[in-house]
Ligand binder design. Structure first.
Ligand code: ASP
Length: 441
């Protein structure tokens, strides 16, 4: 097929597949030789530079985009008291979907028994638990002492709180607020344009990131005793992303879930290759507003919030890991411990940002609560990279789904955009559809 005719999604898919294949070829050529010139020049040279450029350029946009779009979203609300309702819906849906995810994971893992036949005797276990923030600390820390510092550190919850307050104040002061809003809208368009430009180099970025990951990783670790654990987590992630989400979406909104799945695909590849819901925010926000038709008023709030507090994919890994390690150590988990896992995994996800590998830090918190040995996490690290990538794709799908549900329930979803297969694909559409209060339900 002529490359020009291929849509952006098609190019990103090719970037992904080519990256994985190239990475695996490199891995077999390097064959563990750390002195190899291939590793030096290609993997840690060219691929690293291209991949890091891509991922840092995306991260560069996260803080300004979240702040600016959320301020516009908040100050455009005709009635700021709606904010409380939207926030309430978002938190309830995020917590409920995480609860569903981990319950499914615990149920399937108890049936599959991934750890019962495995023996990890003689395996070196080294994992040092890091301190995960407590729920109370997260609550207290939501208001930034210094908003500039919050932005410098990328503290998403603090940035959200500051942007909400700033937007509300802008709405309350009338004329000066309106002037400022026009300015913020222009800045928002510029940042969205940058996102679009980055999307065009995404096939190369995705290629480099995946080629490097697979060159370093290989598939060796996926065999052996961890295979059942790996496949169980992967299968539940796929079930959640492709069966549970569509059911929730269509039963709560009557929207066609196939359209949703299709439009999320390139976004999922992004998240998969960068392993971070946070760094994916610009792309998720763009998909949610321009492709799915959710108004910016809703999405600018629910997407960054979801990237921070909603991690269904992570909860799934934690559910299976808990059952796996318990079986490995011959520990029988009681019903109460299962409930404890659900509660801690859900709460733990609220306080930790969506960055690579954070799921394991949260897992330490779950293990501590149910009395499993925290060092045992060292046993599953070997296969966590790929699972981290996959669960990040699930995490952002959950964020977009909840945003769509809230958009629909608040009459802030443009169904023409949702149903239009090419919506948001044309760069010219960048300036349309944003911030419109278009509501056809
Ligand atoms: N990497 C995941 C995310 O950013 C979090 C995790 O499970 O480690 O969503």
């Amino acid at each position: 097929m002529h490359l020009k005719k291929l849509g952006l999604t098609g190019k990103i898919v090719i970037g992904m597949l080519a990256g994985i294949i190239f990475g695996l070829i490199l891995n077999s050529l390097i064959a563990g030789d750390t002195e190899s010139w291939l590793k030096f020049v290609i993997v840690d040279g060219i691929l690293r530079v291209v991949g890091e450029f891509f991922i840092t350029s995306l991260m560069m946009l996260v803080v300004p985009l979240v702040f600016v779009s959320l301020v516009i979203g908040t100050c455009s609300m005709s009635d700021p008291s709606k904010l409380g309702r939207i926030g309430g819906k978002a938190v309830v849906l995020y917590i409920a979907t995480t609860g569903i995810a981990i319950s499914i994971a615990l149920t399937i893992a108890s049936l599959v028994k991934p750890g019962s036949g495995a023996s990890m005797a003689g395996q070196e276990v080294n994992f040092e638990a890091q301190q995960a923030p407590s729920f109370v600390d997260v609550l207290i820390g939501m208001v930034p002492r210094n908003p500039i510092n919050a932005m410098a550190e990328g503290n998403m919850l603090q940035i959200i709180v500051f942007a909400l307050l700033f937007g509300i104040a802008m709405a309350l002061i009338g004329k000066p607020g309106e002037r400022l809003k026009t300015f913020f809208e222009d800045v928002n368009e510029v940042i969205m344009k940058l996102v679009m430009i980055l999307m065009h180099v995404a096939p190369y970025g995705v290629f480099a990131l995946l080629a490097r990951t697979f060159a370093d990783l290989g598939l060796g670790d996926l065999l052996g005793d961890l295979a059942v654990y790996f496949v169980t987590v992967l299968a539940i992630l796929l079930i959640h992303g492709f069966i549970v989400y569509p059911i929730i979406l269509s039963s709560l909104t009557r929207l066609n879930p196939l359209i949703f799945i299709k439009k999320m695909f390139s976004n999922q590849i992004f998240a998969f290759s960068i392993s971070s819901s946070n760094a994916a925010i610009p792309v998720t926000l763009r998909t949610t507003t321009k492709r799915l038709g959710v108004d910016n008023k809703i999405a600018s709030f629910t997407v960054p919030l979801g990237a921070t507090i909603n991690m269904d994919g992570t909860a799934i890994m934690q559910g299976v890991a808990t059952v796996f390690i318990a079986q490995l150590y011959g520990i029988d988990l009681s019903m109460q411990q299962y409930l404890m896992v659900i509660l801690t995994a859900t709460l733990a996800s609220i306080g930790t940002a969506g960055v690579p590998g954070v799921g394991l830090i949260m897992l330490a918190m779950v293990f501590q609560q149910v009395g499993l040995p925290v060092e045992a996490i060292g046993l599953i690290i070997g296969v966590d990279r790929l699972l981290d990538m996959t669960r990040t794709a699930v995490n952002i799908t959950g964020d977009a789904m909840v945003s769509t549900i809230i958009g629909k329930s608040e009459q802030q979803l443009d169904e023409d955009v949702f149903n239009d297969p090419s919506a948001g694909l044309n760069p010219a559409q960048n300036n349309q559809q944003s911030d419109t209060s278009s509501t056809s339900t």
